[in-house]
Design a protein. Structure first.
Length: 72
């Protein structure tokens, strides 16, 4: 007896249509929904809400915010 493969089934993040991993545009149901999602990222509709915890990145951000004394 051969083991059964599990089929991954999700809902399209844009229109909520059921899609499977075998679908061509997975995890989206169509190229249209993929482009709508990309447009939302490009326009800034989606944001990553977790704070930055990397000390090096925080240090770089702080140095960008401080006015430079060389520009007098």
């Amino acid at each position: 007896m051969s083991p059964k493969k599990k089929t991954i089934v999700l809902r399209c993040p844009t229109c909520k249509t059921i899609v499977t991993a075998a679908d061509e545009d997975f995890p989206f149901c169509s190229d249209r929904c993929r482009k709508i999602d990309l447009g939302k990222w490009a326009s800034g509709a989606y944001k990553i809400s977790s704070p930055i915890l990397d000390p090096d990145v925080l240090e770089d951000l702080e140095s960008e915010r401080r006015p430079s004394s060389d520009e007098d």
